[in-house]
Design a protein around this ligand. Structure first.
Ligand code: UDP
Ligand code: UDP
Length: 462
């Protein structure tokens, strides 16, 4: 029988916890499957959560190697329009990628493949080609959003098809996408968000495959259209390998929510979180207070008022009203800073999840079968919300306002939270999603088969 050598895979995430978490999970999963893994990290990171998680993860997984890419300072003019710190970081990493070739070529044992974030694909592809390494994209969004991104280089060059007056975007072979669900920044061609998408989408056809944190059952129809019917013929295969498994690192300290959750009845608590990089405005905080207080359900609220965690220094008492804090004293717990969301969603006291629908959050809720109330804020989140609702994992009120100035009224929030926590059909359907998620990753399941094939295809005979 021919012998093989363990493949050595370099993983290259971009910026933000939403991009880092799936890579750390994948790194641990590949190491468990006997691959040699190198994690490429950019230094410095934007958020404290990123640098803390990278250190903690590597300490607990000493077999995983690390290559650090030292970022060169931005060449953008100091007086240029301010941009989102995470987009700026995509740009900075791309600017420093020329340092990557020498780092990679000295890797030992030699590399077998590169797995890279979409936002870094165009700049990384020529380096991988020089080293004759196959390149895979690891996408951090839904297949729907990925297909929009993939088609976007066509759309961007066709203003008659895509402009402020359009109500729908039609990608041949796929259901039309409502313009109201697309990130508004896409209409602005000079926006860094849009130029990142256009540049990288042009590089997608050169990738061997696009690994996605999803599973066949959850997005069956679009996966069929792309993989079997080949409606976007230039796209490489979409490879659903999720839900990506947690990497289980014991958390230090006794966070206040742990002991509090222990004392709550089963499925009685609504968990509220909008991810790592969504700041809630004071006006919206007031309305959410009203909604929570009136809905009357117990709650665990992960409260963030700045985009970057390092800036979030205010005390709960300076953000929430005395009235709300008094009225809800024994009803809820407020979290400031990082909390282990996977652990919270796994807790039997949690009965519902109010979420912005960042894709990692959707997959974590699917894994636990916790019904979601989608409250998208920006980016891919409305499209993700629709996917989540269609799969039967929860509710979405598509008319709710979004964007930095959008406001949803307390009465509306109250109404939907009550519906989320009392609708037995939603609860049953979410449990079905959990069952299917677990089937996908078990040995021989759809996601397990896909990742096995990918590992085999980058494994060389020795
Ligand atoms: N997360 C967490 N604790 C926090 C905030 C976020 O564990 O306090 C995790 C969450 O479980 C998910 C990721 O960070 O894995 C957030 O990714 P998502 O795609 O949901 O949203 P983003 O932060 O990118 O908007
Ligand atoms: N993007 C991505 N992964 C993909 C496809 C696109 O990260 O598979 C792009 C996305 O289109 C945008 C950037 O990466 O250019 C991040 O977008 P956003 O902030 O909306 O997503 P998030 O980082 O919150 O997941």
């Amino acid at each position: 029988m021919a012998t093989t050598q363990a493949p050595h895979i370099a993983l290259f995430p971009s910026a933000g916890m939403g991009h880092l978490m799936p890579y750390l999970r994948l790194a641990a999963m590949l190491a468990r499957r006997n691959c040699i893994v190198t994690l490429i990290t950019a230094h410095p990171t934007v958020s404290a959560a990123e640098s803390e998680h990278i250190s903690l993860f590597l300490r607990h997984n000493p077999e995983i190697k690390r290559l650090e890419l030292e970022l060169t300072p931005s060449s953008r003019q100091a007086d240029a329009t301010p941009i989102e710190p995470f987009f700026l970081q995509f740009h900075l990493i791309n600017q420093s990628i020329h340092l990557l070739g020498p780092l990679l070529s000295s890797s030992s044992p030699p590399l077998s493949a590169m797995f890279v974030d979409f936002a870094l694909l165009a700049e990384t592809a020529p380096i991988a080609e020089d080293l004759q390494l196959p390149i895979y994209v690891v996408s951090t969004t839904s297949v729907e959003f990925l297909s929009l991104v993939a088609y976007f280089s066509v759309v961007a060059s066709n203003p008659t098809e895509f402009n402020e007056a359009s109500t729908e975007l039609k990608i041949p072979g796929l259901p039309p996408m409502a313009m109201s669900s697309l990130p508004p920044a896409l209409l602005d061609h000079s926006h860094l968000f849009t130029s990142t998408i256009v540049t990288n989408s042009q590089a997608l056809p050169g990738a061997e495959g696009i690994l996605m944190n999803t599973f066949d059952w959850f997005q069956a129809s679009i996966l069929n259209a792309l993989n079997k019917d080949r409606v976007m013929a230039s796209l490489p295969p979409i490879l659903p390998i999720g839900p990506l498994e947690s990497y289980h690192i014991p958390q230090d300290g006794d966070h206040c929510y742990r002991s509090w959750l222990e004392n709550q009845p089963s499925e009685s608590v609504v968990y509220i979180s909008f991810g790592n990089r969504t700041a809630m405005s004071r006006d919206q905080v007031r309305e959410l207070e009203k909604g929570l207080e009136k809905a009357g359900w117990r709650f665990c609220w992960n409260l963030k008022t700045t985009k970057v965690d390092k800036d979030d220094r205010e005390d709960v008492k300076d953000i929430l009203s005395d009235f709300f804090l008094k009225r809800t004293k024994n009803k809820g717990v407020i979290i400031r800073g990082w909390a282990d969301q996977e652990e919270i969603l796994a807790h039997p006291a949690i009965g519902g999840f109010v979420s912005h629908c960042g894709w990692n959050s959707v997959m974590e809720a699917a894994w636990q079968g916790v019904p979601m109330l989608a409250w998208p804020q920006h980016g891919d989140q409305k499209m993700n919300a629709k996917v989540m609702e269609t799969a039967g994992l929860g509710l979405w009120e598509s008319g709710w306002d979004w964007g930095p100035n959008g406001i949803v009224k307390g009465e509306e929030i109250e109404r939907k939270i009550v519906e989320l926590m009392t609708d037995e059909t939603v609860r049953e359907r979410a449990k079905k999603v959990r069952e299917e998620a677990r089937k996908a990753v078990e040995s021989g399941g759809s996601s397990d088969r896909v990742i096995r094939n990918v590992i085999n295809s980058v494994t060389l005979p020795s």
